[in-house]
Write a protein that binds this ligand. Structure first.
Ligand code: MG
Ligand code: MG
Length: 252
């Protein structure tokens, strides 16, 4: 990223943070995942931004993605396809959103429980991913290595008792959503790419209750835990600056 891109990255990040906050506030018992997708679409278009998901066709999904947001509920972990499902009291929801605004991408995910019936297990799992994300961000300083971030994230997740899956993790962002370097959710300090001011990274710790194994749903996209254990995921896009890391996707 060059200096002229940071303001655009901030704008993209603020948009993603605002959309996720709005969607979270609208999620109630009875809210349909298809409505969440439609609301996301409307806000992205209203802001003059572009979805990074529509027509995305990576190796890990079946055909081009046709939705504006990923909605992963309960044992769904990543890449959840918005489908005809009304949220129930106690559902654990992850919303994952990436948009491009003026040529720069921001990517963020939040997990939360709908209604009043949150289990202590779910609350603790969400909190663990949030703490891991904070630890990863704290480790993201100029001169540090990608392995320092991975180690910081993995230490928190492991201390909370979760196995860590290394198939999917964080990544660089820029003009496209998934760029080098890959940021594993576990790793050894002092290893890997050296962080420099201007680098944009999406950090995204996620865990499943009682397993690290994924299975792909019949829809060809949604990844679920192999055991039916529930999952949580927290993601921010950050910019490496001269003094540390700036979180771009906060809800303000
Ligand atoms: Mg994401
Ligand atoms: Mg991401």
């Amino acid at each position: 990223m060059n200096a002229s891109e940071l303001p655009r990255a901030r704008a993209a990040g603020a948009l993603v943070g605002a959309i996720l906050a709005t969607l979270r506030a609208r999620c109630r018992v009875g809210t349909n995942l298809r409505d969440i997708d439609a609301w996301a679409k409307a806000m992205i278009i209203e802001a003059g931004a572009e979805s990074c998901y529509v027509n995305y066709a990576p190796s890990f999904g079946r055909g081009p993605f046709a939705h504006y947001i990923c909605t992963s509920v309960n044992d769904a972990v990543l890449h959840g396809l918005p489908h005809d499902h009304a949220l129930a009291d106690g559902d654990l929801v992850t919303l994952d959103l990436a948009v491009s605004k003026d040529g720069v991408v921001a990517d963020s995910a939040i997990s939360f429980v709908v209604g009043d019936a949150a289990s202590a297990t779910d609350v603790a799992m969400i909190a663990a991913t949030e703490r891991a994300l904070s630890a990863g961000i704290a480790a993201a300083r100029p001169g540090a290595r990608i392995g320092d971030i991975s180690h910081a994230i993995g230490t928190v997740l492991a201390a909370a008792g979760y196995e860590i899956n290394t198939e999917f993790g964080g990544h660089g962002v820029g003009s496209t959503m998934h760029q080098d370097p890959h940021v594993s959710n576990t790793g050894r300090p002092g290893r890997g790419y050296t962080l420099r001011p201007g680098l944009l990274l999406a950090l995204e710790p996620w865990v499943m209750d009682g397993t690290a194994e994924l299975v792909t749903d019949a829809d060809g996209w949604t990844l679920r835990s192999a055991t039916g254990g529930r999952a949580a995921h927290s993601e921010h896009t950050i910019a490496i600056t001269d003094s540390g890391a700036e979180i771009l996707t906060l809800a303000r």
